[in-house]
Ligand binder design. Structure first.
Ligand SMILES: Nc1nc2c(ncn2[C@@H]2O[C@H](COP(=O)(O)OP(=O)(O)OP(=O)(O)O)[C@@H](O)[C@H]2O)c(=O)[nH]1
Length: 432
């Protein structure tokens, strides 16, 4: 009976524009029109307004590794071979908001930065967890003081990094000491720094802590976060989902989640599942590429066949027959070859078709994985929402099995709301 009531609620939502007035995405449009749009006019040269993040820290603290692992899919083990950063490198990344991440050399000072701190929305300072000496703390304090005077609204984040290198007790002791020393040094400088909101995170590229910490950094930068959270809350209630995340597919950062608390185990599970599904995209790309290989030089290595590379877990299943959807899956962002990734095996395919087909409607892939088969069980669902974003939601398996259509309808309306928000974000930044 309880589930039937949910059906009524969901189907009643979007019948007419009037009835949809309560829909969070719509409320967002009108409110956001009045607020963010006016404060986020495009640059005078009509270029895209990017939110800037400053990545600072001593040499070898792990700045470039963090950027490369999160935004360039570099496997953590390969970070060992990264060259030292000699000049400031500006990396751009597009998700709900467009980002510009400044990876700075270890010797960067406030003076040598070459840009006022007022330009940046967030300053992330990376400290090696074993580096309890004066130098990194002095440098961090120098930047905090400068930021306080130039840009009091800047988000100050400290990543106490390479945390996996220490045992639990030492990890928390070093974390506490770094935290305490920074606070003491700031207090020595002036009591006015006492109230500064400094956020400390324990991070490592070798586990999911870097994803969780950077996600929290990102949340503070997304003006539309409350509206995305509203949509997730509505989705969870109507689909009986205990937890749902809206993830940026490529970086595996979650851009929003519902109101229930995030527990690391669930977050990590979603991250792993996303990594597994992301790797599907590359497989389909290879298969499609093989059909077009007649256009390519013969030196291109043949891709592995689907049959031999499909993950063996019987519980993971794509929602549509593979053969039907290969072409459309090619449009999935996860199938995009990341040109700056270190080891991309798929060469770009020249478009030699003299009669190119008209663009197709976007296909939104979905998948479901049973997490533990014992009754009642939990199912993790994956639904693509926009080219960048995917919805990962936990559902009781009986709900998923008996109310699949209902969940799908909820996903459709959720997608509509999120897409509306993304359009408004883009409009506010002058990209549409
Ligand atoms: N154990 C461990 N090593 C890490 C982690 N992150 C980065 N490293 C290693 O730290 C070393 C330095 O990493 P980089 O990313 O080059 O450091 P950086 O701060 O960019 O260094 P500069 O470019 O010289 O300023 C590399 O060998 C990485 O593999 C981590 O979370 N854990």
């Amino acid at each position: 009976m309880k589930n039937d009531r949910t059906v009524t609620v969901v189907l009643a939502v979007p019948d007419s524009p009037d009835e949809r007035a309560w829909w969070p995405g719509s409320r967002f449009t009108s409110f956001y029109d009045l607020t963010a749009k006016s404060s986020r006019m495009p640059n005078s040269d009509n270029s895209l307004v990017r939110t800037k993040i400053l990545l600072l820290g001593l040499r070898r603290s792990g700045k470039t590794s963090i950027q490369q692992v999160l935004f360039n899919n570099l496997p953590p083990k390969e970070c060992f071979y990264l060259d030292a950063t000699m000049r400031i490198v500006k990396h751009t990344y597009d998700t709900v908001i467009p980002l510009e991440i400044w990876d700075c050399p270890g010797n960067t000072t406030v003076e040598s930065l070459g840009a006022p701190l007022s330009q940046f929305a967030t300053l992330i300072f990376v400290i090696d967890i074993r580096d309890l000496y004066n130098q990194p703390i002095s440098k961090l304090v120098e930047f905090i003081m400068a930021a306080y005077h130039e840009n009091p609204n800047i988000n100050l984040e400290v990543f106490v990094h390479k945390a996996e290198r220490l045992h639990e007790d030492d990890k928390f002791e070093n974390f506490r000491q770094i935290n305490e020393r920074v606070s003491d040094r700031l207090l020595d400088e002036s009591p006015e720094y006492e109230q500064l909101p400094l956020n400390f995170h324990l991070t490592s590229i070798h586990d999911h802590t870097i994803h969780e910490a950077f996600s929290r950094v990102l949340h503070k930068l997304i003006d539309s976060l409350p509206y995305l959270e509203d949509l997730l809350n509505v989705f969870c209630v109507n689909s009986q989902s205990p937890k749902a995340f809206l993830f940026d597919a490529r970086s595996r950062l979650y851009v929003a989640t519902d109101a229930s608390p995030v527990d690391s185990a669930t977050h990590n599970l979603c991250c792993d599942n996303l990594a597994m599904l992301n790797s599907f995209g590359a497989l389909y790309k290879s298969v499609s590429a093989s059909q077009a290989r007649r256009f390519l030089p013969s030196t291109v290595t043949p891709p592995p066949s689907i049959a031999s590379t499909t993950p063996s877990t019987p519980l993971s299943r794509l929602s549509k027959p593979d053969s039907e959807k290969q072409d459309e899956i090619e449009n999935h962002p996860n199938t995009n070859t990341n040109t700056s990734a270190p080891s991309s095996s798929t060469a770009p395919i020249p478009n030699t078709d003299p009669n190119p087909k008209p663009p197709k409607d976007r296909f939104y892939p979905s998948a479901a994985t049973s997490l533990h088969p014992s009754t009642p069980g939990t199912t993790l669902t994956y639904n693509m929402i926009t080219p960048e974003l995917v919805l990962l939601a936990l559902l009781p398996t009986p709900v998923f099995e008996s109310k699949r259509g209902l969940v799908d309808i909820n996903v459709v309306f959720f997608r509509e709301g999120v897409q509306e928000i993304c359009v408004v974000e883009k409009e506010a930044r002058g990209t549409v």
